[in-house]
Design a protein around this ligand. Structure first.
Ligand code: BTN
Length: 275
């Protein structure tokens, strides 16, 4: 149950830092739990306390300027959505890698599965969708460059619909956790903790092993696009999705003239019949 009393929302997350520390000792920096912020991603991208070996967290009940890929606004509503970001500074010599959004997407999915949710998949390059393609969550990875006063860093933001997605006024099909098969009533702090821990495990695995091998099996299991006929937005190219290149996260598109690789960047794809 959400506590609506003044300060109640923040209080309900009082034990978050301790819970995270118990699950993954020594891996966490500050955890900011805010009633309202423009964007949790922006908040962490401006943080002066990001360091390479610990993940800092920002979770907000409400975002006034949440944003997603391709410059789109991310609409969410207090208590119906979960909006949070996690970030850390880059290690020396580490570069931002677009395939990270695939690894952390699998991490988010694993967290939801740990909480008993099922009936969803991962849609390359950054969405969790239901079995019929309605969007449940989006992942946004953003990078900042180094400056004199701060290290280069990466921030992963997640927007997850918990209930009432149909009231958000989004111009595409959306879904929420309450619509998933077997969905249990789960307290916000438990949900957040499970998702954060699995996200960071996947991020660590990706960064330390240098690629997607650590999530390959789950990616294949969760792959929403595989075998579907898709169209690349912007170019109109069509083909059948054939999994990903585990070396670089490119989407494999089977076309009459051969296999084509699509690199995530700003590309989005549409499944025929989904919209
Ligand atoms: C997308 O689907 O385009 C990605 C959406 C990511 C939204 C989350 S909500 C928390 C974090 N803060 C933001 O401003 N964006 C991300």
């Amino acid at each position: 149950m959400t506590d609506y009393s003044p300060g109640g929302w923040e209080r309900s997350l009082d034990g978050l830092a301790e819970g995270l520390e118990a699950d993954l000792p020594g891996r966490w920096g500050a955890a900011h739990c805010l009633q309202r912020v423009d964007s949790t991603n922006r908040r962490l991208l401006e943080s002066s306390t990001l360091i390479p070996d610990r993940y800092e967290v920002c979770v907000a009940r409400e975002q006034t300027a949440g944003h997603g890929r391709r410059g789109r606004a991310w609409l969410s509503s207090p208590d119906a959505s979960l909006t949070f970001s996690v970030g850390r500074a880059l290690w020396t010599g580490e570069a931002a890698d677009p395939a990270l959004s695939l690894a952390v997407g699998v991490g988010v999915a694993r967290g939801l599965e740990r909480c008993g949710f099922s009936g969803f998949g991962f849609k390359w390059p950054n969405d969790l969708v239901t079995a019929d393609g309605a969007k449940l969550a989006g992942v946004l990875v953003e990078a900042r460059a180094a400056r004199e006063d701060r290290l280069a860093a990466l921030v992963v933001g997640v927007g997850l619909n918990r209930v009432g997605a149909d009231t958000l006024g989004v111009d595409r099909r959306v879904a929420d956790l309450s619509q998933l098969p077997g969905s249990a009533e789960i307290a916000l702090p438990d949900l957040l903790r499970a998702v954060l821990v699995e996200l960071v495990r996947a991020w660590d695995g990706f960064a330390r092993s240098g690629g997607l091998a650590c999530v390959a099996e789950d990616y294949a299991r969760l792959d929403y696009l595989r075998g579907r006929k898709i169209t690349v937005l912007d170019t109109g190219e069509e083909g059948i999705a054939a999994g990903i290149d585990h070396g670089n996260g490119a989407l494999l598109l089977r076309r009459p003239d051969g296999l084509k690789r699509l690199y995530s960047g700003e590309i989005s794809v549409r499944v025929r019949g989904d919209d």
